[in-house]
Design a protein around this ligand. Structure first.
Ligand SMILES: Cc1cc2nc3c(=O)[nH]c(=O)nc-3n(C[C@H](O)[C@H](O)[C@H](O)COP(=O)(O)OP(=O)(O)OC[C@H]3O[C@@H](n4cnc5c(N)ncnc54)[C@H](O)[C@@H]3O)c2cc1C
Length: 342
């Protein structure tokens, strides 16, 4: 089958009145993928209440068409009404590819929609590419299939998953994995208003209250992350990691071993079962560099690793490596930074 890619769509998640960063990252990735197919459309589905003004940000990031469903019923996310809208849009416009952020909302919505449309879905992709595919069982060849790439089997392999027969090819991608292109405010596009009749049965759930916790660990938005692992040695000693993060104006990250040992809370965890991050600077302290940790941080702009073991795998992805005891090195880094900042 020699199919061209004509439409690559993204679900534009709205978070706190803004389009979520992950959606803009996916629009940028969709643009990259579409670039190989001259006239391929990058589209976005925008659902909410009084959200049409957000289309400008999507156009600036490279969308040509935004399909906007506005209704007071969409003010707060509810699974069924959103599923109705997205299923309706995908069935009508039949994009080749549909990308959704692997946020709590996306992880709830994407499988519902995929199930309604009877299409495949790959969750938590860390890379997306397009290429040919040969199915040895059906003895069929396909052109231009979405490679949905993600760690599998506990992170021991990187699997490439394809759904060649059905459209759209659907994938969720974690926040921070894809690179967000600089928005170009001069870009514009077409805003399509969408009317969808939501059946009463889809409105059965009523949202009585919406609470968000005051303090959130913002690993995806952090420019600098100082992360500690099992090598930090204890909860008390983890203050060293916090001090370095504070001095540099960064966020605190951690390996799963540090979280499991109770040194720090789970929201700080970086990696396959934590958060995927892409800061400008990542300092890994006492972290060995297991694959499940590396998949969550290896796309950082610059990586500094501090480890007493010169053969630790973290050095394979580090731009700068310091071999030694973090208890001696981190205080020196803090002092050097403070001295130079004066
Ligand atoms: C399904 C699955 C999902 C997982 N998800 C994640 C995940 O999301 N994130 C994650 O991080 N892990 C995850 N893991 C766990 C992962 O496999 C590793 O066990 C974990 O990352 C190890 O953490 P660590 O590097 O802190 O500890 P260790 O591997 O024990 O490494 C500690 C390091 O500290 C160094 N060290 C010791 N003392 C010092 C010192 N004084 N100074 C400097 N260096 C020192 C040691 O040389 C060593 O390299 C997952 C595992 C599985 C099976």
């Amino acid at each position: 089958m020699n199919e061209n890619i004509e439409k690559i769509w993204v679900f534009a998640e709205v978070e706190g009145g803004e389009v979520a960063d992950v959606s803009l990252e996916l629009v940028s990735k969709a643009g990259e993928l579409a670039a190989g197919f001259g006239a391929a459309e990058v589209g976005a589905c925008l659902v909410g209440h009084r959200v049409r003004h957000l289309a400008d940000g999507l156009f600036a990031c490279g969308c040509q068409n935004v399909y906007c469903a506005e209704d007071a019923e969409f003010a707060t996310y509810r699974t069924l009404p959103y599923t109705e809208v997205l299923t309706h849009l995908l069935a009508e416009h039949r994009p080749d590819i549909m990308l959704i952020g692997a946020t709590p909302l996306g992880r709830d919505l994407a499988p519902r929609v995929a199930s309604r449309l009877q299409v495949g879905l790959t969750a938590d992709c860390t890379d997306l590419q397009i290429g040919p595919h040969r199915d040895p069982v059906r003895k069929k060849s396909y052109e231009n299939i979405l490679y949905q790439i993600r760690p599998a089997f506990g992170g021991n392999i990187i699997a490439t998953i394809v759904s060649p027969e059905k459209r759209p090819q659907m994938a969720t991608v974690r926040p921070g994995v894809m690179h967000k292109a600089e928005p170009d405010e001069s870009r514009s596009g077409n805003l399509h208003e969408v009317q969808v009749d939501i059946p009463r049965t889809a409105l059965a759930v009523e949202v009585l209250e919406h609470n968000t916790s005051a303090h959130r660990v913002d690993l995806t938005g952090a420019g600098i992350i100082v992360a500690g692992g099992a090598g930090v040695g204890g909860k008390e000693n983890f203050q060293l990691i916090r001090r370095l993060a504070d001095v540099l104006g960064g966020e605190v990250g951690a390996s799963r071993a540090a979280v499991d040992s109770g040194f720090v809370e789970k929201p700080h965890q970086v990696g396959q079962t934590g958060t995927t991050v892409r800061p400008k600077l990542y300092i890994a302290c006492g972290i060995s560099g297991a694959i499940q940790h590396k998949v969550g941080m290896q796309n950082a702009g610059k990586i500094i690793a501090i480890n007493s073991d010169p053969d630790a795998p973290i050095f394979d992805v580090a731009h700068y490596g310091i071999v030694g005891d973090l208890n001696l090195i981190i205080p020196k880094l803090i002092k050097a930074y403070k001295d130079n900042a004066r």
